[in-house]
Design a protein around this ligand. Sequence first.
Ligand code: ATP
Length: 438
Amino acid sequence: MENSTVTLDKIIALCKRKGFIYQSASIYGGLNGVYDFAHLGTLLKKNIRKEWLKSVQATFDDILEFEGGLLGPHAEWEASGHVENFSDPMVDCLNCKHRFRADEIDLKKPCPNCGQTKWTEIRQFNLMFKTQMGAIANDDKANIAYLRPETAQPIFVNFKNFMSTYRIKIPFGVAQMGKSFRNEITPKQFLFRTREFEQMEIEWFCKEETALKDFAIWIESRKKFYADLGLNMAKIRFYEQTEAERAHYSKACTDVEYEFPFGFKEIEGIAYRGNYDLTQHSKFSGKDLAVFDEETKQTYIPHVVECSVGIDRLLLTLLFDAYHEDVVEGETRIMLKLHPKMAPIKAAFFPLVKKLSEPMLAIYKDLKRKGYEVEFDESASIGKRYRRQDEIGTPLCFTYDFESETDKCVTVRNRDTTLQERISIDSIEDYIKKTLNK
Ligand code: ATP
Protein backbone atom coordinates (compact mmCIF):
# COMPACT_ATOMS: atom_id res chain seq x y z
CA MET A 1 0.00 0.00 0.00
CA GLU A 2 1.64 3.25 -1.12
CA ASN A 3 0.63 6.81 -0.48
CA SER A 4 3.82 8.59 -1.52
CA THR A 5 2.06 9.69 -4.69
CA VAL A 6 -0.35 12.08 -2.99
CA THR A 7 -0.27 15.65 -4.28
CA LEU A 8 -2.35 18.74 -3.63
CA ASP A 9 -3.75 18.54 -7.18
CA LYS A 10 -4.97 14.99 -6.63
CA ILE A 11 -6.69 15.96 -3.38
CA ILE A 12 -8.37 18.98 -4.98
CA ALA A 13 -9.56 16.89 -7.95
CA LEU A 14 -10.91 14.14 -5.69
CA CYS A 15 -12.76 16.65 -3.50
CA LYS A 16 -14.49 18.14 -6.50
CA ARG A 17 -15.15 14.89 -8.37
CA LYS A 18 -16.68 13.11 -5.41
CA GLY A 19 -18.57 16.02 -3.91
CA PHE A 20 -16.53 16.94 -0.82
CA ILE A 21 -15.65 20.56 -1.58
CA TYR A 22 -16.34 23.06 -4.36
CA GLN A 23 -14.76 26.41 -5.12
CA SER A 24 -17.24 29.06 -3.97
CA ALA A 25 -19.29 30.76 -6.69
CA SER A 26 -17.46 28.82 -9.39
CA ILE A 27 -20.04 29.69 -12.08
CA TYR A 28 -18.98 33.33 -11.59
CA GLY A 29 -15.29 32.51 -11.83
CA GLY A 30 -14.88 31.56 -8.15
CA LEU A 31 -14.21 33.57 -5.02
CA ASN A 32 -10.53 33.29 -4.12
CA GLY A 33 -9.90 31.76 -0.71
CA VAL A 34 -13.50 30.68 -0.10
CA TYR A 35 -14.85 27.14 -0.45
CA ASP A 36 -18.25 25.46 -0.22
CA PHE A 37 -18.59 22.15 1.58
CA ALA A 38 -20.76 19.65 -0.26
CA HIS A 39 -22.49 16.62 1.22
CA LEU A 40 -19.41 14.46 1.89
CA GLY A 41 -17.30 17.40 3.07
CA THR A 42 -20.05 18.41 5.46
CA LEU A 43 -20.27 14.89 6.89
CA LEU A 44 -16.50 14.76 7.35
CA LYS A 45 -16.54 18.13 9.11
CA LYS A 46 -19.33 16.93 11.37
CA ASN A 47 -17.23 13.92 12.38
CA ILE A 48 -14.25 16.18 13.12
CA ARG A 49 -16.35 18.45 15.33
CA LYS A 50 -17.80 15.50 17.21
CA GLU A 51 -14.38 13.95 17.94
CA TRP A 52 -12.91 17.29 18.97
CA LEU A 53 -15.66 18.04 21.47
CA LYS A 54 -15.47 14.53 22.87
CA SER A 55 -11.73 14.87 23.32
CA VAL A 56 -11.96 18.32 24.96
CA GLN A 57 -14.68 17.18 27.35
CA ALA A 58 -12.62 14.14 28.32
CA THR A 59 -9.66 16.32 29.33
CA PHE A 60 -11.28 18.26 32.17
CA ASP A 61 -14.74 18.14 33.76
CA ASP A 62 -15.97 21.71 33.47
CA ILE A 63 -16.17 22.56 29.78
CA LEU A 64 -18.93 24.89 28.60
CA GLU A 65 -20.03 25.06 24.99
CA PHE A 66 -20.40 28.40 23.27
CA GLU A 67 -21.32 30.00 19.94
CA GLY A 68 -20.38 33.65 19.80
CA GLY A 69 -21.45 36.25 17.24
CA LEU A 70 -19.43 36.52 14.06
CA LEU A 71 -19.46 40.31 14.06
CA GLY A 72 -17.75 42.27 16.80
CA PRO A 73 -17.52 45.98 17.58
CA HIS A 74 -14.44 48.09 16.97
CA ALA A 75 -13.82 48.40 20.71
CA GLU A 76 -13.53 44.63 21.19
CA TRP A 77 -10.92 44.21 18.47
CA GLU A 78 -9.06 47.30 19.57
CA ALA A 79 -8.75 45.85 23.08
CA SER A 80 -7.54 42.51 21.75
CA GLY A 81 -4.81 44.25 19.77
CA HIS A 82 -6.13 43.12 16.38
CA VAL A 83 -6.91 46.61 15.02
CA GLU A 84 -3.32 47.67 15.55
CA ASN A 85 -1.34 44.48 15.11
CA PHE A 86 -3.22 41.83 13.17
CA SER A 87 -1.45 42.41 9.91
CA ASP A 88 0.97 40.83 7.46
CA PRO A 89 3.65 42.66 5.46
CA MET A 90 2.64 43.15 1.84
CA VAL A 91 4.60 44.06 -1.27
CA ASP A 92 3.60 44.55 -4.93
CA CYS A 93 5.54 44.06 -8.13
CA LEU A 94 5.39 47.41 -9.97
CA ASN A 95 5.76 45.66 -13.31
CA CYS A 96 3.15 42.87 -13.28
CA LYS A 97 1.10 44.14 -10.30
CA HIS A 98 1.30 40.76 -8.57
CA ARG A 99 0.92 40.98 -4.80
CA PHE A 100 2.96 38.96 -2.31
CA ARG A 101 3.41 38.52 1.42
CA ALA A 102 6.75 40.21 1.94
CA ASP A 103 7.86 37.59 4.49
CA GLU A 104 7.31 34.78 1.98
CA ILE A 105 9.61 35.94 -0.82
CA ASP A 106 13.19 37.19 -1.19
CA LEU A 107 12.98 40.85 -2.23
CA LYS A 108 16.59 40.82 -3.39
CA LYS A 109 15.54 38.40 -6.12
CA PRO A 110 13.32 39.16 -9.17
CA CYS A 111 9.55 38.80 -9.04
CA PRO A 112 8.66 35.06 -9.23
CA ASN A 113 5.81 35.97 -11.59
CA CYS A 114 7.44 38.24 -14.23
CA GLY A 115 11.19 38.15 -13.52
CA GLN A 116 11.59 41.94 -13.05
CA THR A 117 12.90 43.51 -9.85
CA LYS A 118 10.66 46.51 -9.25
CA TRP A 119 9.14 46.28 -5.78
CA THR A 120 6.94 48.76 -3.94
CA GLU A 121 7.67 49.63 -0.31
CA ILE A 122 6.55 47.02 2.21
CA ARG A 123 3.22 48.00 3.81
CA GLN A 124 1.40 46.40 6.74
CA PHE A 125 -1.96 45.01 5.65
CA ASN A 126 -4.60 44.41 8.33
CA LEU A 127 -6.22 41.00 7.82
CA MET A 128 -9.59 41.78 9.37
CA PHE A 129 -12.70 42.19 7.22
CA LYS A 130 -14.14 45.54 8.21
CA THR A 131 -17.75 46.51 7.65
CA GLN A 132 -20.28 49.13 8.73
CA MET A 133 -23.33 48.47 10.84
CA GLY A 134 -26.72 50.01 10.33
CA ALA A 135 -28.39 52.22 7.75
CA ILE A 136 -26.16 55.25 8.32
CA ALA A 137 -22.92 53.92 6.99
CA ASN A 138 -19.99 56.10 7.99
CA ASP A 139 -16.53 55.61 9.37
CA ASP A 140 -17.48 56.59 12.88
CA LYS A 141 -15.93 53.96 15.20
CA ALA A 142 -19.33 53.29 16.74
CA ASN A 143 -20.60 52.06 13.34
CA ILE A 144 -17.62 49.90 12.49
CA ALA A 145 -17.79 46.16 12.98
CA TYR A 146 -15.34 43.40 12.10
CA LEU A 147 -15.92 39.81 11.09
CA ARG A 148 -14.03 37.93 13.78
CA PRO A 149 -10.56 36.77 12.71
CA GLU A 150 -10.54 34.18 15.51
CA THR A 151 -13.19 32.64 17.73
CA ALA A 152 -11.39 33.36 21.00
CA GLN A 153 -12.31 37.00 21.67
CA PRO A 154 -16.10 36.54 22.01
CA ILE A 155 -15.28 33.99 24.74
CA PHE A 156 -13.09 36.45 26.66
CA VAL A 157 -15.67 39.21 26.28
CA ASN A 158 -18.31 36.94 27.87
CA PHE A 159 -16.11 35.76 30.72
CA LYS A 160 -18.13 37.48 33.47
CA ASN A 161 -21.39 36.14 32.00
CA PHE A 162 -20.11 32.57 32.26
CA MET A 163 -19.07 33.13 35.88
CA SER A 164 -22.42 34.54 36.92
CA THR A 165 -24.91 32.50 34.88
CA TYR A 166 -23.42 29.06 35.58
CA ARG A 167 -22.01 29.76 39.08
CA ILE A 168 -18.92 27.97 37.77
CA LYS A 169 -15.56 28.17 39.50
CA ILE A 170 -12.03 28.53 38.17
CA PRO A 171 -10.71 26.35 36.58
CA PHE A 172 -13.14 25.87 33.71
CA GLY A 173 -13.03 25.88 29.94
CA VAL A 174 -15.15 27.27 27.13
CA ALA A 175 -15.22 25.37 23.84
CA GLN A 176 -16.28 26.97 20.61
CA MET A 177 -16.48 25.83 17.01
CA GLY A 178 -17.30 28.37 14.35
CA LYS A 179 -16.31 30.52 11.42
CA SER A 180 -13.44 32.99 11.39
CA PHE A 181 -12.47 35.37 8.61
CA ARG A 182 -9.07 36.67 7.55
CA ASN A 183 -8.42 38.72 4.46
CA GLU A 184 -5.27 36.72 3.69
CA ILE A 185 -2.98 38.46 1.19
CA THR A 186 -2.29 35.22 -0.64
CA PRO A 187 -4.77 32.42 0.06
CA LYS A 188 -3.18 29.17 -1.07
CA GLN A 189 -2.80 25.44 -0.87
CA PHE A 190 -6.53 24.80 -1.11
CA LEU A 191 -8.03 24.60 2.40
CA PHE A 192 -4.71 25.32 4.09
CA ARG A 193 -4.94 29.10 3.89
CA THR A 194 -8.39 30.47 3.12
CA ARG A 195 -10.18 33.73 3.80
CA GLU A 196 -13.15 32.11 5.48
CA PHE A 197 -12.51 29.10 7.69
CA GLU A 198 -13.70 27.39 10.80
CA GLN A 199 -11.87 27.08 14.09
CA MET A 200 -12.28 24.86 17.13
CA GLU A 201 -10.95 26.65 20.17
CA ILE A 202 -10.85 25.93 23.85
CA GLU A 203 -10.09 28.72 26.30
CA TRP A 204 -9.12 27.22 29.65
CA PHE A 205 -9.41 29.70 32.54
CA CYS A 206 -7.19 28.79 35.47
CA LYS A 207 -5.07 30.17 38.27
CA GLU A 208 -1.51 31.20 37.55
CA GLU A 209 -0.20 28.52 39.93
CA THR A 210 -1.69 25.64 37.91
CA ALA A 211 -1.36 27.11 34.42
CA LEU A 212 1.86 25.40 33.33
CA LYS A 213 0.69 22.05 34.71
CA ASP A 214 -2.64 22.46 32.86
CA PHE A 215 -0.79 23.49 29.72
CA ALA A 216 1.11 20.16 29.87
CA ILE A 217 -2.18 18.26 30.36
CA TRP A 218 -3.66 19.95 27.28
CA ILE A 219 -0.61 19.03 25.21
CA GLU A 220 -0.99 15.36 26.16
CA SER A 221 -4.71 15.50 25.44
CA ARG A 222 -4.12 17.00 22.02
CA LYS A 223 -1.56 14.26 21.19
CA LYS A 224 -4.15 11.64 22.07
CA PHE A 225 -6.74 13.44 19.92
CA TYR A 226 -4.59 13.21 16.79
CA ALA A 227 -3.63 9.59 17.46
CA ASP A 228 -7.30 8.69 18.01
CA LEU A 229 -8.23 10.24 14.65
CA GLY A 230 -6.05 7.55 13.14
CA LEU A 231 -3.46 9.97 11.75
CA ASN A 232 0.04 8.70 11.04
CA MET A 233 1.79 10.09 14.14
CA ALA A 234 5.18 9.84 12.40
CA LYS A 235 4.02 12.84 10.32
CA ILE A 236 2.94 14.90 13.32
CA ARG A 237 5.31 16.89 15.45
CA PHE A 238 4.79 19.14 18.45
CA TYR A 239 7.05 22.14 17.99
CA GLU A 240 7.82 24.20 21.09
CA GLN A 241 8.20 27.87 20.15
CA THR A 242 11.21 29.79 21.47
CA GLU A 243 10.74 32.94 23.51
CA ALA A 244 11.59 35.06 20.46
CA GLU A 245 8.91 33.32 18.39
CA ARG A 246 6.14 33.71 20.96
CA ALA A 247 3.79 36.68 21.32
CA HIS A 248 5.07 39.06 24.04
CA TYR A 249 2.34 38.02 26.50
CA SER A 250 2.61 34.30 25.81
CA LYS A 251 4.49 32.24 28.38
CA ALA A 252 4.60 28.95 26.46
CA CYS A 253 3.44 27.97 23.01
CA THR A 254 3.54 24.70 21.13
CA ASP A 255 2.51 24.27 17.51
CA VAL A 256 1.11 21.00 16.25
CA GLU A 257 2.52 20.46 12.78
CA TYR A 258 1.79 17.95 10.04
CA GLU A 259 4.18 16.97 7.29
CA PHE A 260 2.36 17.97 4.08
CA PRO A 261 4.03 17.50 0.67
CA PHE A 262 4.81 21.25 0.99
CA GLY A 263 6.60 20.75 4.32
CA PHE A 264 5.81 20.68 8.04
CA LYS A 265 2.99 23.19 8.64
CA GLU A 266 0.97 24.28 11.65
CA ILE A 267 -2.46 22.77 12.12
CA GLU A 268 -2.99 23.81 15.75
CA GLY A 269 -1.55 26.29 18.22
CA ILE A 270 -1.49 25.53 21.96
CA ALA A 271 -0.64 28.61 24.00
CA TYR A 272 -0.38 29.69 27.59
CA ARG A 273 -1.49 33.30 27.19
CA GLY A 274 -0.96 34.54 30.75
CA ASN A 275 -3.80 36.85 31.80
CA TYR A 276 -3.29 39.19 28.85
CA ASP A 277 -6.74 38.83 27.27
CA LEU A 278 -8.89 39.45 30.33
CA THR A 279 -6.58 42.24 31.47
CA GLN A 280 -6.96 44.01 28.12
CA HIS A 281 -10.75 43.68 28.11
CA SER A 282 -10.93 44.92 31.71
CA LYS A 283 -8.88 47.95 30.76
CA PHE A 284 -10.73 48.84 27.57
CA SER A 285 -14.29 48.09 28.71
CA GLY A 286 -13.89 49.53 32.20
CA LYS A 287 -15.54 46.34 33.56
CA ASP A 288 -13.77 44.51 36.32
CA LEU A 289 -13.06 40.98 35.07
CA ALA A 290 -11.20 39.87 38.21
CA VAL A 291 -12.54 36.99 40.31
CA PHE A 292 -12.55 36.52 44.07
CA ASP A 293 -10.57 33.62 45.47
CA GLU A 294 -12.40 32.13 48.47
CA GLU A 295 -9.21 30.50 49.80
CA THR A 296 -6.85 33.48 49.77
CA LYS A 297 -9.63 36.12 50.03
CA GLN A 298 -7.99 38.00 47.20
CA THR A 299 -9.09 38.99 43.73
CA TYR A 300 -7.10 38.02 40.63
CA ILE A 301 -7.44 37.95 36.87
CA PRO A 302 -7.50 34.33 35.65
CA HIS A 303 -4.85 32.98 33.31
CA VAL A 304 -5.68 31.26 30.04
CA VAL A 305 -4.46 28.20 28.17
CA GLU A 306 -5.76 28.07 24.61
CA CYS A 307 -5.88 25.26 22.05
CA SER A 308 -6.81 26.47 18.59
CA VAL A 309 -7.18 24.25 15.54
CA GLY A 310 -8.64 24.98 12.11
CA ILE A 311 -11.25 22.45 10.97
CA ASP A 312 -10.49 23.07 7.31
CA ARG A 313 -6.76 22.54 7.81
CA LEU A 314 -7.44 19.42 9.83
CA LEU A 315 -9.81 18.13 7.16
CA LEU A 316 -7.08 18.68 4.56
CA THR A 317 -4.65 16.86 6.86
CA LEU A 318 -7.01 13.89 7.16
CA LEU A 319 -7.38 13.72 3.37
CA PHE A 320 -3.60 13.86 2.78
CA ASP A 321 -3.02 11.23 5.43
CA ALA A 322 -5.76 8.92 4.16
CA TYR A 323 -5.06 9.17 0.42
CA HIS A 324 -3.73 5.91 -0.99
CA GLU A 325 -3.30 4.47 -4.43
CA ASP A 326 -2.77 0.80 -5.02
CA VAL A 327 -3.36 -1.80 -7.69
CA VAL A 328 -6.31 -4.16 -7.31
CA GLU A 329 -7.04 -6.70 -10.03
CA GLY A 330 -4.68 -4.89 -12.39
CA GLU A 331 -6.40 -1.53 -11.93
CA THR A 332 -5.17 1.48 -9.99
CA ARG A 333 -7.59 2.32 -7.26
CA ILE A 334 -7.75 5.45 -5.14
CA MET A 335 -8.68 4.91 -1.55
CA LEU A 336 -9.22 7.17 1.44
CA LYS A 337 -7.99 5.10 4.34
CA LEU A 338 -9.88 7.16 6.91
CA HIS A 339 -10.53 5.82 10.38
CA PRO A 340 -14.06 4.30 10.11
CA LYS A 341 -15.41 6.79 12.66
CA MET A 342 -14.21 9.66 10.43
CA ALA A 343 -15.47 8.21 7.14
CA PRO A 344 -18.38 10.30 5.80
CA ILE A 345 -20.26 7.17 4.67
CA LYS A 346 -20.06 4.21 7.00
CA ALA A 347 -21.37 1.48 4.74
CA ALA A 348 -22.70 0.92 1.21
CA PHE A 349 -25.36 -1.56 0.16
CA PHE A 350 -25.37 -3.30 -3.21
CA PRO A 351 -27.76 -5.76 -4.78
CA LEU A 352 -25.69 -8.06 -7.01
CA VAL A 353 -28.16 -7.40 -9.85
CA LYS A 354 -31.03 -4.96 -10.15
CA LYS A 355 -33.72 -7.59 -9.67
CA LEU A 356 -32.38 -8.15 -6.11
CA SER A 357 -32.73 -4.45 -5.29
CA GLU A 358 -35.90 -4.63 -3.22
CA PRO A 359 -34.64 -6.68 -0.23
CA MET A 360 -31.31 -4.77 -0.11
CA LEU A 361 -33.13 -1.45 -0.30
CA ALA A 362 -35.16 -2.47 2.75
CA ILE A 363 -31.98 -3.25 4.74
CA TYR A 364 -30.39 0.03 3.65
CA LYS A 365 -33.48 2.10 4.51
CA ASP A 366 -33.74 0.53 7.94
CA LEU A 367 -30.17 1.60 8.82
CA LYS A 368 -30.65 5.03 7.27
CA ARG A 369 -33.72 5.57 9.45
CA LYS A 370 -31.69 4.59 12.48
CA GLY A 371 -29.32 7.48 11.70
CA TYR A 372 -26.42 5.73 9.98
CA GLU A 373 -24.74 7.50 7.06
CA VAL A 374 -25.13 4.82 4.41
CA GLU A 375 -25.45 4.63 0.62
CA PHE A 376 -27.30 2.36 -1.77
CA ASP A 377 -25.86 1.67 -5.21
CA GLU A 378 -27.29 -0.65 -7.85
CA SER A 379 -25.55 0.58 -10.98
CA ALA A 380 -22.46 -0.82 -12.75
CA SER A 381 -20.38 -3.86 -11.83
CA ILE A 382 -19.69 -4.72 -8.19
CA GLY A 383 -15.99 -3.93 -8.79
CA LYS A 384 -16.87 -0.41 -10.00
CA ARG A 385 -19.17 0.09 -7.04
CA TYR A 386 -16.35 -0.91 -4.66
CA ARG A 387 -14.02 1.65 -6.29
CA ARG A 388 -16.60 4.41 -5.90
CA GLN A 389 -16.82 3.71 -2.19
CA ASP A 390 -13.05 3.27 -1.76
CA GLU A 391 -12.53 6.76 -3.18
CA ILE A 392 -14.69 8.34 -0.49
CA GLY A 393 -13.34 6.15 2.30
CA THR A 394 -16.37 3.94 3.01
CA PRO A 395 -15.05 1.16 5.26
CA LEU A 396 -17.67 -1.51 4.52
CA CYS A 397 -19.66 -2.66 1.47
CA PHE A 398 -22.45 -5.23 1.75
CA THR A 399 -23.67 -7.24 -1.24
CA TYR A 400 -26.95 -9.11 -1.49
CA ASP A 401 -26.74 -11.99 -3.95
CA PHE A 402 -28.86 -14.91 -5.20
CA GLU A 403 -28.08 -17.01 -2.12
CA SER A 404 -29.06 -14.26 0.31
CA GLU A 405 -32.72 -15.11 -0.11
CA THR A 406 -32.18 -18.62 1.23
CA ASP A 407 -29.21 -18.36 3.64
CA LYS A 408 -30.25 -14.91 5.00
CA CYS A 409 -26.66 -13.75 4.68
CA VAL A 410 -24.78 -11.04 2.76
CA THR A 411 -21.16 -10.65 1.74
CA VAL A 412 -19.25 -7.86 3.50
CA ARG A 413 -16.12 -6.50 1.91
CA ASN A 414 -13.48 -4.59 3.88
CA ARG A 415 -12.04 -1.43 2.28
CA ASP A 416 -8.48 -1.81 3.59
CA THR A 417 -7.92 -5.54 3.12
CA THR A 418 -10.42 -6.09 0.26
CA LEU A 419 -11.21 -9.37 2.09
CA GLN A 420 -14.78 -10.61 2.04
CA GLU A 421 -16.78 -12.61 4.54
CA ARG A 422 -20.30 -13.91 4.75
CA ILE A 423 -22.38 -12.66 7.67
CA SER A 424 -26.04 -12.95 8.59
CA ILE A 425 -28.36 -10.10 7.67
CA ASP A 426 -29.37 -9.83 11.34
CA SER A 427 -25.81 -9.02 12.35
CA ILE A 428 -25.17 -6.17 9.85
CA GLU A 429 -25.80 -3.38 12.35
CA ASP A 430 -23.55 -4.92 15.01
CA TYR A 431 -20.87 -5.48 12.39
CA ILE A 432 -20.95 -1.77 11.46
CA LYS A 433 -20.91 -0.71 15.13
CA LYS A 434 -17.92 -2.96 15.83
CA THR A 435 -16.02 -1.48 12.86
CA LEU A 436 -16.76 2.10 13.93
CA ASN A 437 -15.48 1.47 17.46
CA LYS A 438 -12.20 -0.11 16.40
P1 ATP B 1 -0.62 30.80 10.11
O1 ATP B 1 0.69 31.25 10.68
O2 ATP B 1 -0.55 29.52 9.34
O3 ATP B 1 -1.36 31.89 9.39
P2 ATP B 1 -1.68 31.42 12.62
O4 ATP B 1 -0.54 31.14 13.56
O5 ATP B 1 -2.00 32.79 12.23
O6 ATP B 1 -1.53 30.47 11.35
P3 ATP B 1 -3.68 31.00 14.55
O7 ATP B 1 -4.07 32.40 14.64
O8 ATP B 1 -2.86 30.41 15.66
O9 ATP B 1 -2.97 30.72 13.17
O10 ATP B 1 -4.99 30.12 14.30
C1 ATP B 1 -5.17 28.83 14.83
C2 ATP B 1 -5.48 27.82 13.74
O11 ATP B 1 -6.49 28.31 12.86
C3 ATP B 1 -4.31 27.50 12.83
O12 ATP B 1 -3.45 26.55 13.41
C4 ATP B 1 -5.01 26.97 11.60
O13 ATP B 1 -5.36 25.61 11.77
C5 ATP B 1 -6.27 27.79 11.56
N1 ATP B 1 -6.10 28.89 10.59
C6 ATP B 1 -5.57 30.12 10.79
N2 ATP B 1 -5.59 30.87 9.67
C7 ATP B 1 -6.17 30.10 8.72
C8 ATP B 1 -6.48 30.30 7.35
N3 ATP B 1 -6.24 31.46 6.74
N4 ATP B 1 -7.06 29.28 6.67
C9 ATP B 1 -7.34 28.11 7.27
N5 ATP B 1 -7.07 27.86 8.56
C10 ATP B 1 -6.49 28.83 9.29
